[in-house]
Design a protein around this ligand. Structure first.
Ligand code: 5GP
Length: 175
């Protein structure tokens, strides 16, 4: 499969992702009973994961979307942009941050600092993917869909230069 100048191979099927989401939801529904959590989804990459995940949540819960930075082509831009779109009052709330992928961990460290300052009662992270080999800023990840090698992936909400977010399965770059 080709997106612009790169080739990609299928990596994790939509079916496997769906199953993993259902398993994670069982855990979250149990862990957050009576905690009225707010899912804070990081746009753009997490939008499809969040939509599928949130529909498996059966306890009272809210969802909200925030934006931080854009990922230029295949490299992190280095600079973390300011957090925008946080309309929810998170003071005293149990927050679940929803990420598509944790790579270096820089983005999350930035978000965590901001949220702690805003007085959240608890903050946990839910990420579809984690690249442990690439994570330089250690961060505690409570719910991880899949641990993957340090290779560029697209599909299921994740893009390459803006494209590929609409692919149902997850693809890995062919080097
Ligand atoms: P971090 O701050 O952890 O280095 O970067 C996290 C963000 O970088 C993710 O939310 C995602 O937007 C982007 N990113 C990191 N690795 C990949 C990847 O393999 N594919 C895509 N499409 N984006 C990635």
């Amino acid at each position: 499969m080709q997106i612009r100048d790169k080739h990609f191979d299928i990596f994790i099927s939509a079916k496997k992702i769906k199953k993993r989401i259902q398993d994670l939801a069982v855990q979250i529904n149990a862990d957050y009973v009576d905690k009225n959590p707010v899912f804070l989804s990081i746009l753009n990459g997490a939008f499809i994961f969040t939509a599928d995940m949130f529909r498996e949540i059966s306890i009272p819960a809210e969802v909200s979307f925030i934006k931080l930075k854009s990922y230029r082509k295949m490299e992190s831009s280095g600079k973390v942009k300011e957090l925008i779109g946080l309309e929810h009052n998170i003071f005293g709330r149990n927050i679940i941050i929803v990420e598509d992928i944790v790579d270096t961990g820089k983005t999350l460290n930035h978000i965590l600092q901001e949220f702690e300052a805003l007085g959240a009662k608890s903050i946990e992270i839910l990420t579809l993917l984690h690249k442990p080999e690439a994570t330089k800023n250690p961060v505690s990840l409570k719910y991880v869909g899949f641990e993957i090698p340090d290779k560029f992936v697209v599909g299921y909400g994740l893009d390459y230069d803006g494209y590929g977010r609409n692919l149902a399965d997850l693809y890995k770059i062919v080097e």
